[in-house]
Design a protein around this ligand. Structure first.
Ligand SMILES: [Zn+2]
Ligand SMILES: [Zn+2]
Length: 246
């Protein structure tokens, strides 16, 4: 039971910081926060994403490219252009690293105001940091496993962020329903997104990329947005006024 709880905490914790910080803040900037809060969020993202930490800069820039080039040859990840899920994951990883290490030239509109904390990112993305996290997951499992099958969950803890990425970027462009007919393949994965904290309303999000709330229908409850509203009410972050733009 302890192991299952541990994996669930890493799943939703890592996912929250991906959705809240990397996606809605770094890439789309639907809210603002102080420099101190931003730094605290960088550190919390590292704690929860652990061995699969993604930098706000690499994620933010690549994700803006996905919105600009959805389902075209220039899309960093698209089931319409990549042969299979693993080919897409590999390509995504390569482009992410090229952006992070500034090996490719990127248009200014993709980099504008994307938060970057270079020294921290270098440390949090280092092999030492990733190996430390992996060792601590292994240790935790060794201490608390009570049945053999629980070991099957261990690789998930190593690769949490890419697993979250692939659920949206692969499945969220193949399976599900659409609220808005668009010139791309984006879908809403679930009517109530219990698994991806609102990221699953991917068709809605492609339609209204600058909206903080990814839910549109009454039943489409966006858990990350619920937390954003609370943080906004407590003055931790400041939501920008709504402007509906496709
Ligand atoms: Zn998409
Ligand atoms: Zn987006």
């Amino acid at each position: 039971m302890t192991i299952v709880i541990f994996v669930v905490v890493l799943w939703y914790g890592g996912l929250f910081f991906q959705s809240f910080f990397l996606h809605r803040y770094a890439a789309h900037q639907v809210f603002t926060m102080s420099k101190t809060m931003e730094r605290i969020t960088f550190i919390l993202t590292w704690i929860f994403q652990g061995s699969s930490y993604l930098s706000a800069y690499g994620y933010g820039v690549m994700h803006r490219m996905h919105h600009a080039y959805t389902d075209t040859e220039k899309d960093p990840h698209s089931p319409s252009y990549d042969a299979n899920l693993f080919a897409m994951m590999w390509k995504t990883k390569t482009i992410y690293q090229d952006i992070n290490k500034q090996r490719i030239a990127v248009d200014e509109r993709f980099t504008k105001n994307v938060p970057q904390w270079k020294s921290f990112d270098t440390f949090a993305s280092s092999r030492v940091s990733r190996l430390l996290w992996i060792s601590s997951y292994v240790l935790f499992f060794a201490l608390f496993v009570t049945a053999w099958w629980q070991w099957l969950l261990l690789p998930i803890t190593f690769l949490m962020a890419p697993i979250h990425g692939v659920i949206i970027n692969w499945f969220g462009h193949i399976y599900g329903y659409v609220n808005f007919k668009m010139k791309n393949t984006s879908k809403n994965l679930f009517r109530f997104d219990f698994l991806m904290m609102g990221e699953g309303y991917h068709n809605n999000h492609h339609k209204f990329a600058s909206r903080a709330n990814f839910g549109v229908k009454w039943y489409e409850i966006d858990m990350t947005y619920v937390i954003i509203k609370l943080l906004n009410a407590f003055g931790v972050i400041r939501l920008k006024p709504i402007k509906i733009k496709a």
